[in-house]
Design a protein around this ligand. Structure first.
Ligand SMILES: [Mg+2]
Length: 224
């Protein structure tokens, strides 16, 4: 099956983990849990770890156990000066625009955060759409339901899809559904099909993506 659709994680995948943004988001999650929810500082690390391991995200744990307002939480934790963390990379933009496949953002964050990150990275017009935690109806990666929903939204199936993520745990359920998996960042795993230290290595590592499928005419991406 030719690969027709690419799903890209956002944080620590479109930009380097060394940017420090994801770490800053994590700190704001802690502050939110303490200041808005009254949880003792001392309890927060274990609680976060347990929610992350059990549910995939801190938010889902807070929703299930403490009935947090998800929109308030998402707005708070992502309220950061992105330009202090991120810079555009023209070579990444050029590479993404040259891809013949449909390209989606597939993130456990919300679309407001995704839009701001894409704007700062100057990648707004490089994707066909954003599948965010609202579109996932708050069932995030790595829940298999998240991937099935993403496939439905993108109108494709697992064996025609490739997924890019910095977290192995977010790739494994996709692999079960037939996706080709690409781990991005400093960590390696033999369980992923491919590994890229940085996304811009894609043409060198998987050159076949550029000759496997005709270029779509897509609004936004190639339509302007
Ligand atoms: Mg990530």
């Amino acid at each position: 099956m030719p690969i027709t659709t690419l799903f890209f994680d956002l944080d620590d995948t479109l930009y380097s983990h060394t940017a420090g943004l994801w770490e800053a988001i994590r700190v704001r999650m802690d502050v939110y849990m303490h200041e808005r929810m009254g949880i003792d500082w001392g309890e927060i690390p274990a609680l976060r770890r347990s929610y992350f391991e059990t549910y995939g995200t801190t938010l889902r744990g807070l929703q299930n156990h403490l009935h947090v307002d998800p929109q308030d939480f998402l707005a708070y934790v992502h309220d950061l000066p992105l330009k202090e963390y991120l810079q555009p990379d023209p070579s990444l933009r050029e590479m993404l625009l040259s891809l013949p496949q449909k390209c989606w953002i597939f993130t456990n964050a919300d679309s407001a955060h995704a839009a701001r990150v894409l704007a700062v990275l100057e990648l707004q017009d490089c994707f066909d759409g954003v599948i965010d935690v609202n579109a996932l109806e708050f069932i995030p990666k790595p829940d298999p339901e998240a991937y099935m929903r993403a496939l439905r939204i993108a109108g494709t199936q697992g064996d025609q899809a490739m997924i890019f993520d910095d977290a192995l745990r977010n790739l494994l359920p996709a692999k079960q559904l037939g996706f080709t998996t690409v781990m991005v960042g400093p960590n390696h795993s033999t369980e992923a099909d491919y590994h890229l230290a940085k996304l811009v290595e894609l043409p060198e590592m998987i050159p076949g993506l550029w000759n496997s499928h005709p270029v779509y005419s897509r609004q936004g991406k190639h339509g302007k």
